[in-house]
Design a protein. Structure first.
Length: 507
């Protein structure tokens, strides 16, 4: 019976085209099983089955019970292979391991050692020394003998070498150490402790020290790096110099003994100031942080300072000549400061200083406040008023203070220009059939009784601008700068109605 799908069988029977092959569900399932089983195996083992490992070596150890399959093989800390087999060989153990091309060549005098990967027990690895370059390379499958191998010492081997009383003492030591770390301090014990560790166990206090571990480690690394010096063999020369210094100390034993006695007196004096010393040490950390910031800023300022010093060199070179040229001037300084010259002036200034101080104090109390009020009046009232533009039919579009000054120029120009009829500017002193009158805005009773002024004109006036108004009231208690800025274009600034003709009026 055909295993083709129904649609393909119908297509074949009808003869409509080629039959397209499609894998069955069973075949698809087998492929997925192979992928999900062989794939992880190859990923973890990193080895294709039924093939060799390439370059392989063997090593015999007197004790390799802690080495496991797939343990790394390292040369100078770099993984170059792994353990693929272990086998007992009498009292010894023989391991087989691979070496990648990056780790080759391995010479006949190579040395192998089993070392722990984690402190105080844990995983192990084989530390391989490839040997000297002058020795021949080992063939694949060769064995490193037990004479050129070593194993890590186990902690149980160390303890088994101790006698029973010593192991008991060690156990009590560990128990006491654990109790010291977990002991809750009493109030009496906290009295002599720093505030940061009061009420905290030894373990908690040790944990708090790690807050400063980052900065301490960084600074320690900087100090250690500084110990290397700036030139090759600086450290060796330091050690050599220290040896000579200690040799000098040894040759002066009596002086050294006196130094130790004096140092004992010095430390005794420090002990009497233990409280102040502990406070100083507690404040040392923030002080060092501030000092570090200050030193960083100082270091940043040194390059500009160095540039300034370089630029100052020509001036320093000219300094001896400047001193020589200043000698005549310095010779005249003494007569200048004598009583007949500079000294007399200084005496007069000393005598006049009290009066000047009194005048300055009086000016501060009276003149300066008045000047301040005058300045405020000028800046806040008078200047804004003078800057306003008078919008009438004769306006120039300029501030009125400028128009006021323009009048002097205009009057001078008109007075100097004339034609056959006379000067351009003519003034009518009076006369005409029209009698006009105007109220006296100031109420001067010395004039006519009805307080009106009269004159004869040729024609009726068109009006007055600005309009005259009554004199504003005088208020001496009101400061000038508190008044509002007057509006020159307000109602009083508009053209006023002309006065009615006063013809027929007998003043």
């Amino acid at each position: 019976m055909s295993r083709l799908p129904e649609r393909d069988r119908r297509a074949a029977e009808a003869g409509t085209g080629r039959i397209k092959w499609r894998p069955s569900n069973v075949l698809i399932a087998i492929i997925f099983i192979l992928i999900f089983t062989i794939g992880p195996y190859l990923a973890f083992t990193k080895h294709v089955p039924f093939t060799g490992y390439g370059y392989e070596l063997k090593a015999t150890f007197s004790n390799s019970a802690n080495i496991a399959l797939n343990s790394p093989i390292r040369i100078a800390g770099v993984d170059v292979g792994k353990v693929i087999a272990t086998e007992r060989d009498g009292d010894n153990t023989e391991i087989t391991f691979t070496v990648d091309d990056s780790g080759r060549p391995i010479h006949d005098d190579a040395f192998a050692a089993i070392r722990p990967r984690i402190f105080l027990e844990g995983n192990f690895f084989v530390d391989l020394d490839p040997g000297s370059p002058s020795a021949p390379e080992m063939d694949s499958g060769a064995t490193i003998p037990v004479s050129r191998t070593s194993t890590a010492v186990q902690i149980d081997e160390v303890l088994s070498a101790l006698q029973s009383p010593v192991r008991a003492d060690l156990g009590r030591l560990l128990e006491s150490y654990g109790l010291a770390l977990t002991h809750e301090p009493t109030a009496a014990e906290d009295e002599t402790q720093l505030p940061e560790v009061k009420g905290r166990t030894g373990a908690e206090a040790l944990n708090d020290t790690f807050k400063y571990g980052g900065d301490a480690g960084r600074y320690s690394a900087q100090v250690t790096n500084a110990f290397l010096g700036t030139q090759p063999q600086d450290l060796s020369r330091l050690v050599s110099s220290a040896g000579r210094a200690f040799g000098a100390f040894a040759s002066r034993r009596e002086d050294l003994q006196g130094l130790i006695v004096n140092f004992d007196v010095f430390t005794g004096a420090l002990a009497t100031q233990a409280t102040n010393l502990s406070t100083t040490i507690r404040l040392l950390a923030p002080t060092l942080k501030v000092t570090h910031t200050s030193l960083v800023s100082l270091n940043r300022s040194l390059p500009p300072l160095r540039t300034y010093a370089i630029e100052l060199e020509p001036a320093v070179a000219e300094l001896p000549g400047l001193i020589d040229a200043s000698k005549p001037f310095l010779a005249q300084i003494r007569p200048l400061l004598s009583g007949k010259e500079g000294g007399g002036v200084a005496r007069l200034l000393r005598e006049s200083t009290p009066g000047l101080a009194g005048a300055a104090q009086a000016g501060k109390q009276t003149a300066l406040p008045n000047l301040n009020q005058l300045s405020l009046c000028t800046s806040q009232v008078m200047v804004p008023t003078a800057n306003q533009v008078i919008n009438d039919r004769f306006s120039t579009g300029q501030p009125n203070y400028r128009e006021f000054l323009y009048n002097f120029v205009n009057f001078a120009g008109m007075a100097q220009n004339f034609d056959g009829n006379g000067p351009y500017a003519r003034a009518q002193t009076g006369g005409g059939p029209v009698l006009v009158g105007e109220e006296n805005p100031f109420g001067n009773k010395a004039t006519l009784s009805d307080q009106r002024n009269y004159a004869h004109t040729i024609e009726d006036p068109l009006g007055t601008q600005p309009q005259l108004s009554k004199r504003p009231p005088l208020k001496p208690e009101v400061r000038c700068y508190t008044n509002p800025v007057p509006d020159v274009n307000g109602p009083q600034g508009q053209v006023g109605a002309p006065s009615p003709s006063a013809a027929g009026v007998n003043p």
